[in-house]
Design a protein. Structure first.
Length: 386
């Protein structure tokens, strides 16, 4: 997989006839899958054979065009805070990827503070539960069933569908697509021959596209031109993912970013793009003596934590550092070493008035309280609303 992933991302070309033949075969399979996906979407759009289901409250969908990390979870948290700050009774629904629960409806969190632990619940859902106190979070394979349960039994008035750009059976009032500005399309092929979930032209059905990890101006300009090629006139914005602070596990103390500067630490993570965590550590001048990258959604066991501890002692490290997504899956008291969690937020360097207006309108429809222009600033991170 480590040799394949750079090929799927377009970071290198296949070498030798075996790699070329393998990628050609995967590309053909992916093209067939893309045709099937396009036909399915078209059937729902025409509404002749398949009709999208209409919920009895506003629905906002957030999703990707590619598999892997685009920074979607911080964006969902940002949107969740927007609606919660306007006193909207919010439910977040998602599939619950790799969770142990097999219930058709898994209540991950409720407004009273009840939170199910990972891996019984999906790691991203548990992370959102900690980020968004007051939100209802449900996971399960049938989004329609989750939405009905949220609105009819839990009193929710607005639905935020996580990872739902391809989930066309549910009609949405706002469809937000995220693209990684640094690598928006991977190698340009569809799974399993690339990272795309469907053809790039599918981005035209979004209502707005937000470029994530867009600190580099050259990346932004290239991605914006690509978006307008496939979706002329599409409202676009860009945001940057930025480290905010450290949380010390155990007492929950919040520490500034420079708290670990110059310290010997061992870093570990199980996310889609582990190199992004490594780069962020470098940017804040934290240089791990060892870096362990597990597969995405990996659940770190007590045994693995003990191995990391032993590695830290052997390398002279005094602490372990990890991501928020990994933290929620670590068993309590799994390590005797200090464990620090890096908190990441998003920031919109430029106001996106079109999106703000749409979100305000949906909040009002959901019974929330609108905040008039000037009531809050637009240049914000994911720890505060718009």
């Amino acid at each position: 997989m480590r040799r394949l992933f750079p090929l799927l991302k377009g970071e290198r070309q296949p070498h030798g006839w075996m790699e070329r033949a393998g990628m050609a075969l995967l590309g053909m399979v992916g093209h067939g899958y893309g045709l099937l996906q396009a036909g399915r979407v078209r059937a729902y759009q025409k509404g002749i054979v398949l009709r999208p289901w209409q919920a009895d409250c506003p629905v906002v969908a957030v999703g990707n065009l590619t598999a892997g990390g685009t920074g979607k979870t911080p964006m969902v948290a940002w949107l969740g805070r927007f609606f919660l700050s306007r006193h909207v009774r919010l439910a977040i629904v998602s599939r619950g990827y790799k969770q142990r629960s097999r219930s058709p409806i898994t209540l991950v969190a409720d407004p009273n503070g009840r939170i199910l632990r990972a891996p019984e619940a999906a790691d991203e859902a548990v992370l959102l539960a900690h980020e968004l106190p007051g939100a209802t979070i449900l996971t399960g394979a049938n989004r329609r069933l989750l939405i009905r349960h949220a609105t009819q039994h839990l009193g929710c008035r607005l639905i935020l569908m996580d990872d739902a750009f391809q989930h066309v059976p549910v009609r949405r009032d706002l469809d937000v697509l995220l693209l990684d500005a640094h690598n928006p399309l991977g190698n340009g092929r569809i799974l399993p021959g690339g990272l795309l979930r469907e053809f790039p032209a599918a981005m035209a059905r979004a209502h707005a596209i937000i470029m994530t990890r867009a600190a580099n101006e050259e990346d932004r300009l290239a991605t914006t031109a690509m978006i307008h090629h496939f979706a002329p006139g599409m409202p676009t914005a860009y945001c940057c993912h930025e480290p905010l602070h450290w949380i010390r596990v155990g007492d929950g103390q919040i520490l500034p970013l420079d708290a670990l500067k110059g310290q010997q630490v061992v870093a570990f993570c199980g996310i889609a793009q582990p190199e992004s965590f490594r780069d962020t550590l470098r940017d804040i001048q934290v240089s791990p003596v060892h870096f362990t990258a597990y597969p995405d959604h990996h659940v770190v066991t007590v045994s693995e934590m003990r191995q990391l501890e032993a590695l830290a002692h052997a390398c002279g490290a005094s602490a372990l550092v990890t991501t928020q997504k990994d933290w929620v899956k670590i068993p309590p008291h799994a390590t005797h070493l200090p464990l620090y969690v890096l908190v990441i937020g998003i920031r919109f360097p430029e106001p996106f008035s079109w999106l703000v207006e749409q979100l305000e309108n949906l909040a009002c429809l959901a019974g929330g309280h609108a905040i008039h222009p000037g009531g809050e600033i637009l240049d914000t991170n994911s720890s505060s609303p718009l």
